[in-house]
Design a binder for this molecule. Structure first.
Ligand code: 0A1
Ligand code: ZN
Length: 887
């Protein structure tokens, strides 16, 4: 545990309001060479229930207190107490002005929270609890106030000085320094505070809001990146317009700034009117960024912009409510991307991510409800569960209430809570009250961890001409929570006949047949739904649009899946049917290989793939998704004991068998979508590239693949095609691969983001040589343990996206990884904790690997000076051993 810090567990139930109202906060930042002097003037007004509190409690870490004064009088030693984490001011008056001066050293800050350097500029990251490294302050989201911030710095070195709100005054000093004063008219919690000082370039545009406000939009980057901001700016303008059109929400200030940095722990941050972004989510040019990057930028720019209402105007009462702003804002960014591109493809991509990353989290040592009940280190709770499962919960409200009902709920939520810090229960109450429905039982989703298992069976009664769907649910016990309750699960269904024609549906009790789809509500452990007028055994189309975040089980035959794949009206179900067919085939081969039998390929999958390749009606991006085999991580999820090498070999076998059986078809489809037109970022163009590159990855399993990939690489005018070709050549160990990799490096060695791709491409390469390669990458001059993007590209990819490399049977991958986690923890505990999470599924492997991982977990646990962040992850992982046998 880091010296001096308490590392205490925080409980949701123990919430108490802050006993003071903070009426105003004024700051002066005097940025020096090594030290920054921060002066704060805080106006407090006592507001506890019985008016008896006399102590003001402030948070603060890693800073030197210079002076403190109350109501103009300097305080002496006995008037306050100062520990490593708190400043307690005694005998405070009803109305009380505190003036505090501290010194901080941003240049020594490698944790990247608080005020820290990146290249030659300074910036802040305050969520969740970074503000306490800047100044003594009530660092909790329910303390909201208006800020006035003056920044003073050397004019040449820091010509740009930014903070939240509007720049209201500025001037020059006669010693070469200058100053700018910012004032933010909206009350906010300190986690939304931001400051940037440096020599940055910017591009500017404007947006006229619906009510006529002219907003100046600026994207600030380092000078050499000025030609890569256009897509980010366009995405911002699209987001602003979309939020007006779809949610009736307008921007509320005259300025919106975005700053890009190469050194950032996460994706981006929604600070009021001064968003700070990982440069990965801002910078793009066709030759440097892939289609995936372009879409990521649009989504993240949207996400941070949407936070202005869902997060900033209405914020969280405490950090247990994080999903209130994050689940809702992810839902909003998903909807934005769906409206801008293909809804079906976006849904499929989101479900893929949920299943391969959130589901494992939900059954592992870090399982927690979307609204957790306790935490040790809040930074460890920016999770897939809070974000992605949280978004699924919001999506279910939408499914239950419909777009109109949902928007009514949103309206009421803003009417009631604008300017407040609230809870998930407040959101639920707005949705319920606006629609005059009871959502109490639905609210269980917030408090229950684990992925529900939805088991469905069907019974056809020939005489009665009825088809009964029997739905049952069970959520398995999880590491954090033994007892589970029944949830409200919306299940969208349809019925097809054996030719794939949709039945008109009539449930018992309904007047007449109507429509081809129904939303069934499963609220108990088990329920039956009877459809009438069904003459022959139908094929149920279940969980359309993935209407709930559950694991579905229904005993489909292969031919039923083929019918769904070819005919269902729901694109998600069509995709799912293709995935299930492929999944069954791969897992059957894992078993065959495990007992020493020869692998085989059943004709159904080949026929299904042939049909997909022949389909020229459907969106090529959707075909590409259907042709993409389930990921190794997702396949691993389906096995009791994960057979890493078996999964890899079986998946490869299925892929190359399909490629060989359908070589001509893949080749024809590849040629038909091979654009001769110059690059465009239009959705149609991206869709064609995605199909083309999926075909290429199959063709690389055949003789013709290598030359095809080489010529694609040669003639490519964009990073999507370049990367697909180069990565493919590396995976099949083409003779020219090493040389091409070197050429790529020579070309891009000065470009941090492109080099991230160069690193991760290699860190992902499977097999025995992986470890050696990763060692070399760690020694490469372009690698740095202080840069989170590099850490994620090498250490993150190796440990979480290279199963055969990481899990080599002798444990050398584990050892290398543990060494990196411990070294990183000294610099950046937050990122180290993320990396440590690679060991989370350790109990799912064979006993030899388990023992080896356990030994590394123990080695980390006993490392000297281990941070609270890493310690929480490691202790939870080790505790898994006790529960895993009973789960
Ligand atoms: N609120 C941001 C995510 C974020 C969280 C924590 C950070 O630093 C510890 C940085 C960013 C978002 O949802 O985009
Ligand atoms: Zn967010």
């Amino acid at each position: 545990m880091k010296k001096g810090l308490s590392g205490k567990t925080v409980y949701r139930e123990k919430y108490t309001p802050y006993p003071w109202t903070l009426e105003h906060a004024r700051f002066r930042f005097d940025i020096g060479e090594d030290v920054t002097r921060v002066l704060s003037v805080l106006q407090f007004n006592r507001s506890d229930a019985d008016g008896s509190v006399t102590e003001i409690e402030l948070d603060g870490q890693d800073m030197e207190l210079v002076t403190i004064a109350m109501n103009g009088s300097r305080l002496e030693a006995g008037d306050y107490s100062c520990t490593a984490e708190k400043l307690l001011v005694h005998n405070a008056t009803q109305r009380c002005e505190l003036e505090i001066e501290v010194l901080i050293k941003p240049h020594e800050n490698t944790a990247l929270e608080g005020l820290y350097p990146s290249s030659d500029f300074l910036l802040t990251q305050c969520e969740a609890e970074g503000f306490r490294k800047i100044s003594y302050f009530p660092d909790r989201p329910d303390v909201m106030t208006c800020y006035e911030v003056t920044i003073i710095a050397d004019k040449q070195r820091y010509p740009v000085l930014l903070s939240n709100g509007n720049a209201v005054e500025s001037g020059d000093l006669d010693d070469g320094r200058h100053w700018v004063r910012w004032s933010d008219p909206f009350a906010k919690p300190c986690y939304l505070f931001a400051l940037v000082a440096g020599n940055l370039a910017c591009i500017e545009d404007h947006f006229k809001t619906r009510s006529g406000r002219d907003v100046t939009l600026r994207v600030y980057v380092e000078h050499e990146n000025q030609d890569r901001c256009e897509h980010a700016m366009e995405s911002l303008i699209h987001s602003m317009k979309w939020d007006e059109d779809r949610f009736d929400l307008e921007y509320d200030l005259d300025i919106y700034n975005i700053v890009a940095t190469n050194d950032f722990n996460m994706g981006a941050m929604e600070n009021k009117s001064l968003n700070i972004f990982n440069s990965k989510y801002v910078l793009a040019r066709p030759d440097t960024a892939t289609d995936f990057d372009y879409q990521g930028i649009e989504g993240v720019i949207g996400h941070e912009y949407f936070h202005n209402w869902t997060g900033n105007r209405v914020t969280c009462q405490d950090w247990f409510q994080l999903t209130l702003k994050e689940g809702l804002t992810v839902f909003r960014d998903q909807e934005f991307s769906s409206d801008m591109h293909s809804r079906a493809v976006k849904r499929i991509q989101d479900v893929r991510q949920l299943r391969s990353r959130q589901f494992p989290e939900d059954s592992g040592p870090m399982s927690h409800p979307a609204r957790p009940d306790k935490y040790l280190e809040i930074n460890n709770f920016y999770t897939m569960t809070v974000y992605q499962k949280g978004a699924e919960i919001v999506r279910m409200y939408h499914t239950l209430l419909g777009e109109d009902g949902f928007q009514k709920g949103m309206k009421l939520y803003f009417q009631r809570h604008d300017g407040q810090a609230v809870t998930c229960d407040d959101f639920l109450a707005s949705m319920a009250d606006a629609n005059e429905v009871c959502l109490e039982k639905f609210g269980r989703w917030y408090g229950q961890s684990g992925t529900p298992q939805l088991t469905v069976s069907g019974h056809h009664d020939v005489d009665a001409r009825t088809f009964t769907l029997i739905l049952s649910q069970r959520t398995p016990a999880t590491h954090d929570q033994e007892i589970k309750q029944a949830l409200v699960i919306p299940v969208a269904v349809g019925l097809l006949d054996s030719q794939g024609k949709a039945h008109e549906l009539r449930l018992t009790g309904e007047d007449g047949p109507g429509g081809h789809s129904r939303l069934l509500l499963l609220e108990e452990d088990k329920q039956e739904f009877v459809f009438e007028g069904i003459a022959e055994q139908p094929i149920p189309s279940l969980l359309r649009g993935f209407s709930a975040p559950v694991k579905l089980e229904y005993p489909y035959t292969s031919s039923e899946l083929a019918v769904l794949m070819a005919h269902d009206s729901d694109a998600f179900v069509r995709w799912e049917a293709a995935q299930l067919l492929a999944q069954r085939e791969i897992l059957a081969n894992v078993e065959r290989l495990a007992i020493g039998s020869d692998p085989r390929l059943m004709p159904e999958l080949t026929e299904a793939f042939a049909a997909l390749l022949a389909d020229t009606e459907t969106d090529p991006a959707l075909i590409a998704e259907a042709l993409s085999l389930p990921a190794e991580e997702y396949l691993a999820e389906q096995m009791k004991v994960i057979d890493v090498d078996g999964i890899h070999a079986a998946r490869k076998f299925v892929k190359s068998s399909l490629a060989k059986a359908l070589g001509n078809e893949f080749s024809m489809r590849y040629q038909s979508v091979d654009d001769t037109e110059p690059y465009s970022k239009s959705p149609a163009s991206m869709a064609r590239r995605s199909l083309k590159n999926v075909c290429l990855s199959f063709l690389l399993e055949t003789d013709s693949g290598v030359s095809l990939a080489e010529s694609q690489l040669e003639s490519s005018d964009n990073m999507t095609d370049t990367l697909a070709a180069l990565q493919g050549l590396l995976w099949v160990e083409a003779p020219a691969a090493d040389h091409l990799l070197k050429a790529f490096e020579d070309n891009w060695s000065e470009d941090a983001l492109v080099m991230d791709k160069w690193f991760s491409m290699q860190a992902a390469l499977p097999g025995k040589r992986a470890l050696e390669r990763v060692r070399q990458l760690l020694d490469h001059p372009g690698f740095s343990l202080t840069n989170p993007n590099k850490v994620r590209s090498v250490i993150g990819v190796f440990s979480m996206a290279n199963p055969t490399g990481f899990h080599t049977a002798d444990g050398s991958g584990y050892r290398l990884h543990a060494d990196q986690v411990m070294a990183l923890d000294k610099l950046n505990p937050q990122v180290a904790a993320r990396m440590a999470g690679a060991f989370n599924p350790w109990t799912r492997y064979d006993s030899q690997r388990r023992d080896l991982m356990k030994a590394e977990l123990n080695r980390i646990r006993t490392a000297e000076g281990l941070s609270a962040s890493v310690s929480e992850i490691i202790n939870n992982a080790l505790a898994m051993e006790k529960t895993s046998s009973s789960l």
